[in-house]
Ligand binder design. Structure first.
Ligand SMILES: [Zn+2]
Length: 252
């Protein structure tokens, strides 16, 4: 590989990697993936993310609270995760993924609860001056309104409108383009219009594979020439810019 790449969002701790986690990480390194950001989504995956970051110096953890679990979770469970994030904040390069997912939550009360909990996560990011990694699905505009004034925000796996994307960029925040860009027209349009200075790239492994079956960090390499072709620039330019942006966003 003639250039280095960073996978800015993955879940290497998930069970899909139980059988071959070490080999998967090694494959990514062989492909030129110099760093991976592993995002926790709840109590146990936050612990697993910290363990991975401890074991590998090129894996970094963000500590999160996935909105999908919020409508049915007890107050006790939510506050357990929030205090876990605060307790371990020094070992994390960011807070998230957290945010809003209205796709799977159609009740007004469930959505309100997601907003309430998300506000608390935003408060933690603000208090400790950490980058916030947002999972915003079918509620990207609301997620932006709530987090707008933070220093640094990343909309991970962005699939919202081009209009909201421009507002994210105007606020000085970042959009992470997933490997979906290899086959989804909407994500290709996002990548085409997103300024390189505001772009990160990710796999969201084990989800959303650009190849058959499971996604893995090595496959973020597939996105680089695709995005370069959409923008009419060199692949190395995409790699260099996204590495620089990711380093800046997470302080790595
Ligand atoms: Zn994720």
């Amino acid at each position: 590989m003639q250039y280095e790449i960073i996978d800015s969002h993955c879940h290497l701790d998930f069970p899909k990697f139980s059988r071959d986690r070490g080999e998967t990480i090694e494959r990514a390194r062989q492909e030129g993936i110099i760093a991976m950001i592993n995002s926790g989504v709840d109590y146990s995956t936050n612990i697993a993310s910290l363990e991975l970051a401890k074991k590998y110096d090129f894996i970094h953890a963000t500590l999160g609270l996935n909105p999908q679990m919020v409508p049915d979770a007890s107050d006790e469970k939510i506050s357990q995760i929030l205090s876990q994030i605060e307790r371990n904040i020094d070992r994390a390069v960011g807070v998230g993924e957290a945010g809003l997912d209205f796709h799977y939550c159609e009740t007004e009360s469930g959505r309100q609860r997601q907003i309430e909990v998300f506000r608390q996560v935003i408060d933690i990011a603000r208090k400790y001056n950490k980058t916030l990694v947002i999972h915003g699905r079918e509620a990207e505009d609301i997620a932006l309104k709530l987090s707008h004034d933070l220093d640094t925000v990343v909309f991970h796996c962005y699939g919202g409108s081009l209009e909201t994307m421009r507002e994210i960029v105007d606020a000085g925040h970042f959009v992470s383009v997933p490997t979906l860009v290899c086959f989804s027209e909407h994500h290709r349009s996002i990548a085409k219009h997103l300024p390189l200075d505001n772009m990160l790239i990710e796999t969201d492994s084990p989800y959303l594979s650009p190849r058959k079956g499971r996604n893995e960090p090595a496959f973020v390499a597939d996105s680089v020439p695709q995005i370069a072709a959409l923008k009419g620039i060199d692949a190395s330019e995409v790699a260099i810019s996204t590495v620089r942006n990711t380093r800046r966003v997470f302080g790595i």
